[in-house]
Every structure is written in C-alpha cells, then in structure tokens.
Write a protein that binds this ligand. Structure first.
Ligand code: CP3
Length: 317
C-alpha cells in the first residue's frame, strides 16, 4: 500500500528533482527507481509498480493533475453525456510497461512484482466528480439516476483497465491487484452491480487470458460484504482493510483463499508495543491460510522509518 510513498526521503528527493508526481510516473527510469526504493531499503517480498489508478482516466482523455495538499483533479468532470466522447490512447500506457520491464529486470528473482488498476467503480467516482470526495455522492446519485449511462462509463473503464492489466502482465508483473477503494460507500444492490460484477468480469478475463497470474481484490470498506465479494468475484486473494476483525474474516472466507492485510496504518505511525501485539494477532488469525502481510490501507506520510523497521523485526522473528 503506497510503499513508494512520501514517507521515504529518497522518494521525496527524486520527486522534487522531477518536478511532480505525474512527471515521475511517466518517466520510466525514475518510476522504476521509485518502485525499487522500498525494496532496497527494507527487503520486502513484493514490489508494487509505481504508478496511479488515475492513469486510466488520463488515457481515456481526461486532463489529470494533483493539487498540492488537496489531491487529484480530473477535467472535465463527466457530467451527463460527456463520457461518450471518451477516447482511447493505447500508447498512453507504454511508459508504464517500460517501468515494469525495468523494475522486473532489476529486482532479485525471488521478489514478486505486482501490478494494479483501480476498479471501475472507484475510478468512475473520480471521473464523474472530477476529484476525490468523502461520500462519492455525485457518482452514487448518477448511478441511480441514469444506470445505463453509468454502465457505459464502467464498461469503458473496464475495457481500458483490462488492456492495461494485460500489458502490465506481458511486461513482467506476476500478480495484479484491483483497488476498489470506495467499495464501502455502496448499498448492497449497488455493491453487487458496481463492485462485484465488474471485478468478477476482470478476474475472469485475466484468468482466461493469462492463466496462473493471481488476482488480488481489495474492496476497501466492504465490511460485512467481504465474504460475498470473496465468493462471487473469483479473485484468488482478498485484501482486507484495518476496520475488519482478522479472526472474523478468517472464519468467513473459503479455506484456501489467500488474504492480504490488515494492519492499521495509524498503528504503524504510532508504533510502540501495541504495534507488535497487533502484528502478532494478525499473523495468528491468518496462520492457516496463505497470507500476504500488509497494511489495511496506504501508509501515512508521517510514518517514522524506525516503525517500519520495528514491524519487519516482529515479522522476521
Ligand atoms: O505504493 C505505491 O506507491 C504504489 C503506487 C500507487 C500509488 N497510488 C502512488 C501514489 C498505488 C497502488 C496507488 C493507488 C491509488 N491512487 C488509489 C487506490 C488505493 C488507495 O489509496 O485507496 C487511489 C484512490 C489513488 C488516487 C490518488 N493518488 C490519491 C487520492 C492521491 C493522493 C493525493 C494527495 O496529494 O494527497 C494520489 C497520489 C499518489 N499516488 C501518491 C503516490 C505515491 C502521492 C504523490 C505525491 O504527492 O508524491
């Protein structure tokens, strides 16, 4: 989760040198360097491609920039009808594929290279509102008001994301994660249509087109809907956020299903004995199934590096 984030001085330095976040993303050499930075420093088992979920709307023709201290902006916002004019610039993803190739070539063989996309619902929330929002209200209202139009937007994101995922795999990623960061804002029937259905289609096509590549689904905030997501999407592994009791979810999931998670990023920020205790509790809860230890969400940029080292000390002891 945002391994290559702002908590690393070497990241901040390279970002300042390149002039901004997107400049880094589209500079394959620099992006490969950022992908490798946390691996070099900490020796993690997996490296996640340095890019962003909003590269897909950018490829579909929306302007994209990041307002300092505020977050992403996309223009024009996709109010009624505008998405029919979305284009598709296939070569847009080429620098990211090059980043994957460079990163994979420079990683030790036993380090797994992970690719990702934002799931259609989550990406649509940004495309429709033109920015992030607390309750995804603009997208939720549109999905009720004009489901056919919203479906066509989801379909367009899904098609571009599939092309992009296959491209990442062919460039060298060994597993892919589907980030549905705003899955938690939907009512049960809307969750079925906009989260489960598109992620199930993505998982099925990836399994069919590139057999053997594991798909990790991360429906953040899904809570009680996690077991249904796990059963119905066909993903190989499920990412679990920090609000979920690891003992509960372990008892709800199919026996062999892999889990990823779910340390609270704020506990990593806080450190202390509570960190050690929770790390052990998570590992115990998931001891009888394949477990990718991870945070429940992105690392906070104020996280002391010493706390990441403390966490690794517990995991390796
Ligand atoms: O670990 C990694 O660095 C892997 C690459 C990665 C980034 N974003 C880099 C990034 C991944 C996997 C993402 C996913 C992403 N991006 C999600 C899904 C996961 C989640 O966090 O819920 C979402 C919703 C986004 C959209 C996005 N990108 C936001 C809301 C922001 C924060 C904007 C801000 O200024 O606060 C970003 C920027 C971003 N993406 C950064 C990084 C390292 C920080 C950029 C910087 O300021 O240097």
């Amino acid at each position: 989760m945002r391994q290559a984030g702002r908590y690393l001085p070497e990241y901040r330095e390279l970002r300042a040198e390149k002039g901004g976040f997107l400049e880094l993303v589209y500079d394959s050499e620099a992006a490969a360097e950022v992908t490798l930075q946390p691996i070099r420093r900490f020796g993690f088992d997996g490296a996640i491609l340095f890019s962003d979920i909003l590269i897909v709307p950018h490829a579909l023709g929306q302007d994209l920039w990041f307002e300092a201290g505020e977050g992403p902006r996309l223009a024009p916002p996709l109010v009624d009808g505008v998405w029919q004019k979305l284009g598709s610039a296939h070569h847009h993803f080429d620098p990211v594929y090059r980043t994957v190739q460079l990163s994979r070539a420079r990683l030790d063989e036993d380090v797994t290279m992970l690719g990702f996309i934002g799931s259609p619902w989550t990406v649509a929330t940004y495309m429709v509102a033109g920015q992030g929002s607390k309750d995804q209200g603009v997208a939720r209202a549109l999905a009720y008001r004009d489901p056919a139009a919203f479906q066509s937007l989801v379909d367009a994101i899904e098609a571009a994301s599939l092309e992009y995922l296959i491209g990442q795999i062919d460039a060298g990623v060994e597993a892919v994660q589907l980030f549905d960061s705003w899955a938690g804002s939907l009512s049960p029937d809307q969750f079925e249509r906009w989260v489960i259905a598109p992620n199930a289609r993505l998982a099925a096509v990836i399994h069919d087109a590139r057999p053997g590549i594991p798909v990790i689904g991360f429906p953040k905030g899904a809570g009680a809907k996690l077991p249904a997501y796990a059963r119905e999407t066909g993903v190989d592994a499920i990412g679990v956020d920090e609000t979920v009791d690891p003992i509960w979810i372990a008892s709800e999931l199919p026996d062999n299903m892999a889990v990823q998670g779910n340390l609270d990023p704020m506990l990593l920020l806080a450190g202390g004995e509570a960190l050690d205790t929770q790390v052990r509790k998570i590992c115990e809860a998931f001891a009888s199934r394949p477990h990718i230890f991870n945070l429940g969400h992105g690392i906070n940029k104020e996280t002391p590096i010493a706390h990441v080292e403390q966490l690794l000390g517990v995991l390796r002891s």
